[in-house]
Design a protein around this ligand. Sequence first.
Ligand code: SAM
Length: 218
Amino acid sequence: MAYKFVDNYRERGARKQLVETIKKKGIADERVLKAIGKVPRHFFFDETFWNQAYKDIAFPIGEGQTISQPYTVAYQTELLHIKKGDKVLEIGTGSGYQACILLELGADVYTIERQEKLYERTIQVLPYMGYKPHFFLGDGSKGIREHAPYDKIIVTAGAPTVPEELLKQLTVGGILVIPVGNAETQKMVTILKTGENDFEKHVLDTFRFVPLVGDKAW
Ligand code: SAM
């Protein structure tokens, strides 16, 4: 498959502007900002829509799904406190953009998507761009038990509740970041696993995600 991957001064300039925009909105972690400034988000768009790629908005990627808003990607990433070498499970690969940001931060990324067409696209596009997470096709609401435990788990779709199985698949000291709520809006929830059966939960800002669909979800 031939992809048109050109990163010229216009796109690089727009990306710099995007970094300034999300910084103003409250993202302070310099490493996260650097990753947003590095990953060419327009590569995840059809060339016709490149002019939309560096606006701070979510955008359709087909199959009724979206590439998340850059601010949301940065917000969730910041909450994960990624350390180099962290084993991270991402539920909802979508376009693959969030996975690239996590890889830029030095994480070892396991990413799962339930929509076959999106999965097929990312397994080609990301390695072509030089990003190599471990790809999985299936229902991530149950996590991926074979590869657990994970230092961090990020869910990029809105869940009705926190799936128990995800908490089991975290290491002690690990962090889960998951939007939880109804079909309309969700609160960002972070859960720190402080002991085998002990957790510290924080409920943060309101977002609007596509639904997490699966056995332990909608
Ligand atoms: N991280 C994505 C990105 O950077 O483009 C955002 C993707 S979108 C907001 C959420 C994705 O979660 C969709 O692609 C959707 O198909 C996927 N999804 C929903 N339920 C899922 C499940 N149970 N397991 C895996 N993926 C799921």
